[in-house]
Design a binder for this molecule. Structure first.
Ligand code: ARG
Length: 577
């Protein structure tokens, strides 16, 4: 529905024809809705450049506008207020009833964007912060809505020190396993020596011991170096750990409707490690410092410390910087993307600044490929500090999900039972978690207020899903699937239609600013407007056939929009709840 865009083009032409030069005239949402739906605010700027009275200019423009507008009036120094004629709104929105793409101004030059989100570390339990993979998933979907290509990659943390630590601890538990016997020539066991539950205990223990015992820490590092190098026994054990831990993380991502187009890990960039180091060496950009191969990236005019990129230690082991550079080389070769977007904890911003700088200095990434770090804030508890369990431990993502599920489940109607009840509870849990996570501005920390987030009132996932369910049941009961908007008889109907004219700009802002809040806020506003309409108008018993048809068409239109917007956030609607 290009109503606003088409109108802006029309205004640009009309105003240029009057002799006022302007590249593009924007229609602004009215700040004084009692005077009109939208405003045209160009008269003041012309007054300066043409030395005329702004109200005279506003009058001149106002009197040349055609009948698509009604009630054109001028306020203040020269704000032109306009209201769309009802027929214009009706015509334009009827086209969108079954067609969400009417609200999307598709990108002209198609882009390919790689998204890096999720980033679970193998052998460690997912914690609350991993909930924020939602942002990457929502952006992956939004990019597709605009007709661009998005490639989501989870980028497993599967090649670093946590696994070395776990191996060190397993050695303590089962010293006789063949993985640790360098002379072993037989076949390694098919079964992993540890379960995922055991990993949940082993990692925290190992990480604690590392802090207390320098020898232990050094041995763990040696194991890291060994699986990176591919020493058979340690590599076989490494693979068991990866294969044990990954399905558990995948299960949580699946539960949250977070999907990935490719599922690579740090270890998959292994073949690019030597090539990328050679690439930097050949350009003369590396040097040795204290036994570590580094790439200095600091500039004389930096206003903060810019540590060098760390590429390789004397024992041959590689680091986080190395795997990220190698992965970038891989992504450039595999996808040649127009952009790579990283959705990672804000606290990693320096790492990405360094990495990107290394890419630019060396030319690993050409200027035509954008590198962006979209950091996200922390999820805090009610005390404003990072979310913890009751006994002060790290809150796992599974625990958080369980907590929300237990609050949501009793709110479902009693006549929904068995498997269906579980399915509904699951979807509403996901809706609750996602909406709460996608509503605030990405970068800000937010407080996980479970009472607030699981309420049927206010800006919550279940409020939106509940509204969609209500609409859906009206459609099932009353619609023949072909109703059209016929007339606008009251402000409840009008306000919904005007709100919908704002949607294309909202979607565009969400895409350009990489901020899901626009969509989450819109979902709330639209739901509230619909619920007001529903309370004030009786659809079923309306006797005027034109009005009844309009109300049903309005319900179909609003439902379709709401469902599509929720889908961008990866929230599913339910039939009943
Ligand atoms: N595994 C990392 C961590 O938990 C996050 C990975 C982010 N992505 C990346 N390409 N570095 O800290």
């Amino acid at each position: 529905m290009s109503l606003i865009r088409d109108t802006e083009k029309y205004l640009t032409k009309t105003i240029n024809d009057l002799g006022y030069k302007i590249e593009y005239v924007k229609l602004e949402k009215s700040k004084l809705p009692e005077y009109g739906q939208y405003q045209i605010n160009v008269a003041m700027q012309f007054a300066r450049s043409y030395g005329k009275n702004p109200r005279d200019i506003a009058n001149e423009i106002a009197s040349s506008l055609d009948s698509r507008f009604t009630n054109v009036n001028i306020q203040g120094p020269g704000f032109i207020n306009v209201t769309f004629a009802n027929e214009v709104l009706i015509e334009s929105l009827n086209k969108a009833i079954d067609n969400f793409s009417e609200f999307v101004d598709e990108s002209e030059n198609k882009k390919t964007i790689v998204l890096d989100y999720g980033g679970a570390n193998i052998a460690k339990t997912l914690h609350v912060g991993h909930l924020r993979c939602n942002i990457g998933e929502a952006m992956r979907r939004l990019i597709k809505v605009f007709g661009d290509t998005s490639i989501g990659d989870v980028h497993w943390g599967d090649f670093g020190t946590p696994i070395g630590l776990v191996i060190r601890e397993i050695k303590e538990m089962y010293p006789d396993l063949p993985y640790f016997d360098e002379t072993f020539t037989g076949e390694y066991p098919k079964e992993s020596p540890v379960t995922n539950e055991e990993l949940g205990i082993i990692y925290p223990k190992a990480s604690q011991r590392k802090k207390e015992d320098a020898t232990y820490a050094a041995e763990a590092l040696q194991f890291t170096e060994q699986f990176q190098k591919g020493i058979p026994g340690i590599k076989a054990l490494w693979r068991h750990i990866v294969n044990t831990s990954k399905p558990d993380c995948e299960e949580v991502y699946n539960f949250l409707n977070c999907h990935f187009d490719v599922s690579y890990g740090e270890s998959d960039a292994k073949e690019y490690v030597e090539p990328v180091i050679k690439f930097l060496n050949d350009k003369g950009l590396t040097e040795m410092s204290d036994g570590v191969l580094i790439m200095p990236i600091a500039n004389a005019d930096d206003n903060k410390e810019m540590p060098p990129l760390l590429l390789k230690k004397s024992d041959g082991s590689i680091l986080y910087d190395t795997t990220d550079l190698a992965t970038i080389m891989q992504r450039m070769r595999d996808f040649n993307p127009d952009a790579i977007w990283y959705f990672v904890d804000e606290r990693q911003s320096l790492h990405f600044e360094q990495t990107f700088r290394g890419c630019r200095i060396s030319g690993l990434v050409p200027d035509t490929t954008d590198l962006k770090f979209y950091g996200f804030g922390t999820i805090n508890g009610l005390d404003g500090k990072p979310f913890k369990t009751r006994d002060g431990g790290v809150m796992s993502l599974k625990e958080l999900i369980k907590m929300v599920y237990e609050r949501i489940e009793p709110k479902i109607k009693d006549d929904i039972t068995g498997e269906e009840r579980k399915e509904v509870a699951k979807k509403l849990t996901v809706a609750t978690l996602k909406y709460a996570d996608l509503l605030p501005y990405r970068k800000t920390d937010y407080i996980f207020d479970i009472d607030k987030f699981t309420s049927f009132e206010g800006k919550t996932g279940i409020y939106a899903v509940y509204t969609a369910t209500r609409m859906n049941s009206i459609i099932n009961k009353l619609s023949n699937g072909n109703e059209l908007l016929k007339e606008i008889d009251n402000p409840d109907v009008l306000d919904i239609l005007v709100k919908l004219t704002e949607l294309p700009k909202n979607l565009k802002n969400a895409y350009q600013e990489v901020t899901t809040s626009y969509i989450a806020e819109f979902i709330f506003d639209l739901s509230s407007l619909y619920n007001r309409f529903y309370t004030n108008n009786n659809i079923q018993s309306e006797t005027n056939t034109n009005l009844k048809e309009t109300y049903i068409a309005l319900t179909r239109l609003t439902y379709n929009v709401l469902k599509n917007l929720l889908d961008i956030l990866a929230i599913e609607v339910v039939d009943k709840m």
